[in-house]
Design a protein around this ligand. Structure first.
Ligand code: HEM
Length: 433
C-alpha cells in the first residue's frame, strides 16, 4: 500500500491493517508513514518478541521518548526516560505496586464501583465504557492521593479533558509530524497547565504536613522515596510520574473491563460459569475469573504495540536490523499468533485454566525491564470491578440484530476501545426478565 494509505489505515483501522498484513506477509512486516517516512518493523513471532524485550537497554531502549505520550507525561516520566535515568525512576516507583500493597487498594476499588453502579440504568441500554472510566479514575486518584482524592475535582476535570477523543487527532499529528518533547498548545495544553498547577500546589501542601511519614498513599510514598544516593525525587520528577500514573493507570484498565463485559455478554456460557464462581466464592475464588481476565487482555489488548528504538545493530531471528530501526512487538498480533493459540480470535478463557500465559506470547503489559508497573494493580482492579458488578447485575445485549456481532475496535489516543462504548442492558440478578 502507498504510505499515505498505510498511515490512514493505521490511524483509523489499526487492527484491520495489522490483521491484513499478518495474513499476507506473516510475522514480520514494515509499516511506512506519510509524510515523515517513519517506519515501524512489526513482529509477532514470540522469539523476536523475546529478543526485543530482553536486549540490553543500551541497544534497544524504549521508543516512548519519540512517541505522542512524551510531551504530555514530561521528560522525567518513567514511561519516557531511557537508560540509567529510567531505572532510577522505575526503582523509586515500584514499591507502591508490590504484591502485598495491593490489599490496601481493594476497598477503594469496591467502593468506587458500588458508588458508580448506584446510578446505572436497569433495563435500558448504557455505554459501559464511560462508567468504567469514571470508576478507574476514582480508584487511581484514591490510590495516588489517599483520602484527599475527595477534593480533587480540578484534577478530575483536567484528566477528563486530556483524554477526550479530540485529543486522538492531536496525538496522531504529534506522532506523525512532530515527535518532540514540546508541550502541546490549545485546549489540550491548557488542561495540562491546569493539571500541573494543582499537582504542584498539592506537593507544596503535603510538604508542610507533619503526618507525611505515616501516610500510605502513592504520592506520600514517592515523596519519601530515596534513590541509591539518598536523593529524593524533585518536584518536576514527581509531577511527571503523577501525570504518568494518572493517565497510564486509568484509561487502560477501564477499557479492559469494558472489553471483558463486551465479550462475556456475547458468550452466555462463559458469563454463567463466571457468575457461578463468584456466587460460590464471594470473597474471591478466582480460577475462572483469572482466566477471563487473561483471555480478555489477550484477545482485546488495549495497547496495540510497544516500540524499541535500536541504538545499535541487533540480530533478531533471521534479520540483522540496523541502528535506527523501530523494532515494534505487536501486542495485538503476538497475542493471537496462530502458531501459539488454537482459534486465536475466539474468546475462550478455558485455554488459561490449565496453562498460565507465556511471557513472550501473552504480552498485554509489554515486557522486559519496561513491563507495565501497574500490571498487578490493573488485574486486581479488573477482577474486583467485575466481581462487584456481576454479583448484583446481569449484562444482556441491547435489542437489535446489529448488537449480536461483537463491537468493532476504535482507536482512542493510543488505546484500542470498543467502538460503541461497550453497550449493555443491565438486569437485576434474580429479577424476572
Ligand atoms: C489493563 C491495564 C493496563 C495495560 C494493558 C497496560 C499496558 C502497558 C504497556 C503495554 C506498557 C509498555 C510496556 C513496554 O514498553 O514493554 C505499560 C507501561 C507502563 N504502565 Fe501500564 N498498563 C495498564 C495499567 C497500568 C496501571 C494501572 C498503571 C499504574 C497505576 C500503569 C503504569 C504503567 C507505567 C508507569 C509504565 C511504564 C513502565 C516503564 O517504562 O518502565 N499501567 N503499560
Amino acid at each position: 500500500m502507498p504510505p499515505l494509505v498505510q498511515t490512514l489505515a493505521w490511524a483509523m483501522a489499526p487492527t484491520w491493517l495489522m490483521d491484513r498484513c499478518a495474513r499476507t506477509l506473516g510475522e514480520w512486516f514494515t509499516l511506512t508513514f506519510f509524510p515523515s517516512g517513519m517506519q515501524l518493523v512489526l513482529v509477532s513471532d514470540p522469539e523476536a518478541v523475546k529478543t526485543a524485550f530482553t536486549a540490553s537497554p543500551e541497544v534497544a531502549p524504549s521508543g516512548a521518548a519519540n512517541s505522542p505520550v512524551a510531551p504530555v507525561m514530561g521528560p522525567h516520566s518513567v514511561i519516557v526516560l531511557t537508560g540509567a535515568e529510567h531505572l532510577r525512576q522505575r526503582k523509586l516507583l515500584l514499591p507502591p505496586f508490590h504484591g502485598e500493597r495491593m490489599r490496601e487498594y481493594e476497598d477503594a476499588i469496591v467502593e468506587a464501583t458500588r458508588r458508580d453502579m448506584a446510578a446505572w440504568p436497569v433495563g435500558k441500554p448504557m455505554r459501559l465504557h464511560e462508567r468504567t472510566r469514571a470508576i478507574t479514575l476514582e480508584v487511581i486518584l484514591r490510590a495516588v492521593f489517599g483520602v484527599e482524592a475527595e477534593r480533587m475535582d480540578r484534577v478530575r476535570e483536567a484528566v477528563g479533558t486530556l483524554l477526550v477523543p479530540a485529543s486522538t487527532l492531536l496525538l496522531m499529528r504529534l506522532a506523525l509530524r512532530r515527535p518532540s518533547l514540546e508541550r502541546p498548545g490549545g485546549e489540550f495544553g491548557q488542561a495540562l497547565d491546569r493539571l500541573d498547577a494543582v499537582l504542584y500546589e498539592e506537593l507544596e501542601r503535603r510538604r508542610s504536613r507533619e503526618d507525611l511519614a505515616e501516610r500510605r498513599d502513592i504520592l506520600s510514598l514517592l515523596m519519601q522515596a530515596r534513590d541509591e544516593d539518598g536523593q529524593p525525587m524533585t518536584d518536576a520528577e514527581l509531577r511527571d510520574e503523577l501525570v504518568s500514573l494518572l493517565l497510564a493507570g486509568h484509561e487502560t484498565t477501564a477499557t479492559s473491563v469494558a472489553w471483558a463485559i463486551e465479550r462475556l455478554v456475547r458468550h452466555p456460557d462463559k458469563l454463567e460459569r463466571l457468575v457461578a464462581e463468584i456466587d460460590a466464592h464471594p470473597d474471591g475464588g478466582e480460577e475462572y475469573m483469572t482466566a477471563v481476565v487473561n483471555e480478555t487482555l489477550r484477545v482485546r489488548p488495549v495497547v496495540p504495540i510497544v516500540v524499541r528504538m535500536l541504538k545499535g545493530e541487533l540480530q533478531v531471528g533471521p534479520y540483522t536490523l540496523p541502528a535506527g530501526t523501530r523494532l515494534t512487538p505487536s501486542i495485538y498480533l503476538t497475542n493471537r499468533n496462530p502458531r501459539v493459540y488454537r482459534e486465536p480470535d475466539e474468546f475462550r478463557p478455558e485455554r488459561f485454566l490449565d496453562s498460565a500465559p507465556e511471557t513472550f506470547s501473552w504480552i498485554p503489559f509489554g515486557g522486559g525491564i519496561r513491563r507495565c508497573i501497574g500490571a498487578a494493580f490493573a488485574q486486581l482492579e479488573m477482577k474486583l470491578i467485575l466481581r462487584t458488578v456481576l454479583s448484583e447485575l446481569q449484562p444482556t445485549l441491547p435489542r437489535g440484530r446489529r448488537w449480536r456481532a461483537g463491537e468493532g475496535t476504535r482507536r482512542r489516543a493510543i488505546t484500542l476501545v470498543p467502538a460503541a462504548g461497550a453497550r449493555v442492558v443491565w438486569r437485576r440478578r434474580g429479577a424476572s426478565v
